[in-house]
Design a protein around this ligand. Structure first.
Ligand SMILES: NC(=O)c1ccc[n+]([C@@H]2O[C@H](COP(=O)([O-])OP(=O)(O)OC[C@H]3O[C@@H](n4cnc5c(N)ncnc54)[C@H](O)[C@@H]3O)[C@@H](O)[C@H]2O)c1
Length: 501
């Protein structure tokens, strides 16, 4: 492998921390800076601040050897050749990206630059941020020959961040001169020439020495646009399939078949064609909004992005409406919520559809018993424990006495639950699945009324089971049978079951 480069990564969040340990993994010397002292102390004492596959093992391997953690930005900048800025760029009040964290970091870097440095935008930023960073450095009196600014957007996904970083589909370097482009090429060389994949200590992943990563050099503006355009495109794919899902549901078609039929077309591809609760997380919502603002500022009519956002936000309403239609009234209803993270594989709850949906249902008077394998601690900061919001330690505890079960995150463990036990714990066997984890026929066979996304509702076959004299379903469903003849009984029952008759 090539000789290691002295790298500074500012920000030790989902991107900064992963980038820092992965740069160490491919042979560089890294110092990772954060102004959150508690996080740095945790990292220095061997702790792991976020849930991310493979992160603990890479930290154990490289911490205090090839990667160090500090709050001292000045010293870290002084000793490094290349400085990656990986701080947050949240959505500002107007929808555009709030770049105040980036500006604060650039001002601090400027105060410590004494020799040539390459500043790298790793954070997702709007086009022309490269120019703003340059102006900011100059304003702080840094000589133009002491620095260059490069855009190197990050495409990792939470949950698979480490392997995404080490086995990327592409590495994009937006540089406006040869010198700074070369610095980034040297950093990524072990991935681009395949040396890393040939090494016997490499993490397992999807590339070989013969098929190394591709590095694309563009202008800074193009690189900045590649990141926003990529995220907006993926968000569009999700909104598209969700809109088709709503249509499929209303005509009795099956979105899973439709997505498969579409995805087999290699021009379309099967990824990001999963109907569900819409996109969430710390990237897509804010990046689509920021990209839309960029277009507006440039006088470009990019209405499509507004539609993508509209469909996404509607998707959560559609789900809440399903819960309402299944339970008739919501006040006092006990709901089991499976999943809080915005997707499986992470403890990140930023812009999680699950959180928005539960907030709405609690506002409407529901009592929630929620379980998530890793995101409960973070969720409790947004949805504090209360008599209406209980955090429990398993899916079965959540289901205990519930009027309905909601599946909100696609954790694999939620796809393999013992359905007999689950049903026996619930007050009513109703499952509203925002992630399509089960086949409707299987849920019907296990006695559930099952509402999913983009597929017809499945109802348990009450007549045949009950008339056999050996009905396996709980008493509540026998009440439904009687309810056909007894209006007063019906009125106490969830409407969806009533409609099922
Ligand atoms: N999370 C993802 O999946 C992902 C993927 C690709 C790109 N991105 C982009 O990467 C950027 C970072 O995202 P993230 O999810 O890692 O954010 P994050 O909030 O998890 O981490 C940001 C870190 O920066 C630190 N920080 C803020 N101001 C600082 C300062 N002045 N000095 C030192 N540290 C400071 C914070 O304490 C925090 O630890 C964003 O622009 C995001 O859009 C994120």
């Amino acid at each position: 492998m090539s000789e290691g480069i002295e790298i500074c990564v500012i920000g030790s969040g989902y991107v900064g921390l992963v980038a820092a340990v992965c740069f160490a993994e491919i042979g560089h010397q890294v110092v990772c800076v954060d102004n959150n002292e508690a996080k740095i102390n945790l990292l220095n004492s061997g702790g792991v601040p976020i849930y991310e596959d493979h992160l603990p093992e890479l930290l154990r391997k490289h911490s205090q050897r090839r990667v160090r953690f500090t709050t001292d930005l000045g010293a870290a900048v002084a000793q490094s050749e290349v400085i990656f800025i990986a701080v947050g760029t949240p959505q500002g009040s107007s929808g555009s990206a709030d770049l105040s964290f980036v500006e604060a970091v650039v001002s601090e870097i400027a105060a410590h630059v004494k020799s040539y440095k390459v500043l790298v935008e790793k954070s997702t930023v709007p086009v022309y941020t490269n120019e703003w960073v340059t102006r900011c450095m100059l304003r702080h009196g840094v000589s133009p020959d002491l620095f260059d600014v490069v855009s190197n957007p990050e495409f990792l996904r939470e949950g698979t961040a480490i392997t995404d970083f080490l086995y990327p589909d592409r590495i994009v370097v937006g540089a406006n001169n040869e010198r700074s482009a070369r610095a980034l090429q040297r950093i990524y060389e072990p991935l681009v020439n395949g040396d890393y994949y040939a090494s016997h200590t490499a993490m397992a992943g999807g590339r070989t020495e013969q098929m190394p990563a591709k590095l694309l050099v563009t202008s800074a503006q193009s690189a900045e646009l590649i990141k926003h355009a990529s995220n907006a495109f993926l968000a569009m794919k999700i909104s598209f399939i969700n809109a088709v899902g709503n249509l499929a549901e209303s005509v009795g078609a099956d979105i899973e078949d439709i997505a498969e039929g579409m995805g087999l077309d290699s021009r379309i591809g099967s990824k990001f064609l999963h109907a569900g609760l819409g996109y969430g997380g710390s990237c897509f919502p804010k990046d689509v909004a920021a990209f839309s603002c960029v277009a507006q500022q440039q006088g470009i009519d990019f209405q499509l992005l507004e539609e993508v956002r509209k469909v996404n936000s509607l998707q959560k309403e559609v789900f809440v409406q399903k819960v309402r239609s299944a339970l008739w009234t919501l006040r006092g209803k006990k709901l089991a919520a499976l999943g809080l993270a915005f997707k499986a594989g992470t403890d990140d709850i930023r812009e999680s559809p699950a959180i928005d949906i539960l907030q709405k249902l609690i506002e409407e008077g529901c009592k929630v018993q929620a379980y998530d394998p890793v995101a409960m601690e973070k969720a409790a900061a947004l949805l504090p424990p209360s008599p209406n919001m209980r955090y429990v330690s398993s899916a079965f505890e959540a289901a205990d006495g519930a009027d309905a079960l909601l599946i909100l995150t696609e954790w694999p463990e939620f796809a393999g639950l013992d359905l007999e036990s689950l049903r026996s714990m619930m007050r009513f066997p109703i499952c509203i699945d925002g992630r399509n984890l089960y086949k409707p026929s299987v849920m019907r066979e296990h006695g559930f009324t099952y509402m999913s996304t983009g597929r017809p509702t499945a109802h348990p076959d009450l007549v045949s089971k009950a008339s056999s004299g050996k009905s396996p379903w709980p008493q509540t469903l026998h009440v439904l049978e009687i309810g056909r003849r007894d209006e007063s009984t019906l009125s106490n029952l969830p409407t969806d079951q009533a409609q099922a008759q």
